[in-house]
Design a binder for this molecule. Structure first.
Ligand code: FPP
Length: 242
């Protein structure tokens, strides 16, 4: 199946925010008789390439699912390899200097190593004023966990007397999530043939177009992104209207 297109749709039709579930790294490695971690390494390279391309297209934000709250169940050496890939990526942010990227990590940082938490703070702090593209990395992220955290924050504000329960609306809820202040994703792309959200951006995906593809994430190229964008622009978004 050809899931590539040589050029993207015109700029005014492009989404503001793209979500990506970077799936298929393990299968990519298995097909080549390589250890799974090699698939993640290749996937991390693909991520860098896609961010650079998204920036050239003028896309405002990309959110990528790098490690879910469920991924701790994987073998320890795979978890360790993913954490060290992420730490390395955060330490090499100058690779996105040309993109003028602002980096945000979405997820519960409390169980992460101190070293990784420090790397996150440094990368976020150092890129805070960048305006080229927002790069959100979902790390120890789960959509349900995010909603529970948000509900807890709002409950605490009520207990402190800063908010009344009957005042809570969708705006308060959005502002209590990890993506506070960011637009919802217009499109969520999942390569590798799986057709589910797997706990990714459950609140924010309410009106997102879902694009499922067969390509495995390490093989994903700018031409695959073009194809997904054409798929997105071909949809008729009604937001509940007619
Ligand atoms: C799912 O594929 C992928 C992950 C759980 C990890 C994604 C992480 C990266 C691409 C690398 C780190 C990211 C950055 C931003 C540097 P899978 O392993 O479940 O694939 P499979 O379904 O084929 O086994």
């Amino acid at each position: 199946m050809n899931e590539t297109a040589p050029t993207p749709p015109s700029r005014e039709l492009l989404p503001r925010h793209i979500g990506i579930i970077m799936d298929g790294n393990g299968r990519w490695a298995a097909k080549r008789g390589l250890p799974r971690n090699m698939g993640h390494q290749e996937g991390a390279k693909t991520f860098g390439k896609i961010i650079r391309y998204a920036r050239t297209l003028g896309i405002g934000a990309v959110t990528a699912y790098a490690f879910s709250t469920e991924n701790w169940k994987r073998p320890k050496d795979e978890v360790d390899a993913l954490m060290s890939l992420l730490r390395r990526y955060l330490g090499e942010l100058e690779q996105h200097k040309d993109e003028n990227a602002r980096l945000c990590i979405l997820g519960d940082r409390s169980p992460l190593s101190e070293e990784l938490r420090r790397a996150i703070e440094r990368a976020e702090e150092g890129s805070r004023n960048n305006t080229g593209i927002t790069v959100n990395i979902a790390l120890n992220y789960g959509g349900r966990d995010e909603i529970v955290h948000g509900a807890r924050k709002l409950a605490e504000a009520c207990v402190r007397g800063e908010l009344r329960p009957e005042e809570i609306d969708e705006g308060h809820f959005s502002a209590a999530l990890y993506t506070a202040g960011q637009p919802d994703p217009d499109v969520i792309i999942r390569p590798s043939g799986e057709m589910r959200l797997s706990n990714f951006m459950l609140w924010q995906s309410a009106y997102a177009e879902l694009v499922f593809m067969h390509v495995l994430w390490p093989d994903f190229t700018p031409e695959h992104l073009n194809w997904a964008l054409w798929e997105y622009t071909g949809r008729n978004r009604r937001f509940g209207g007619v």
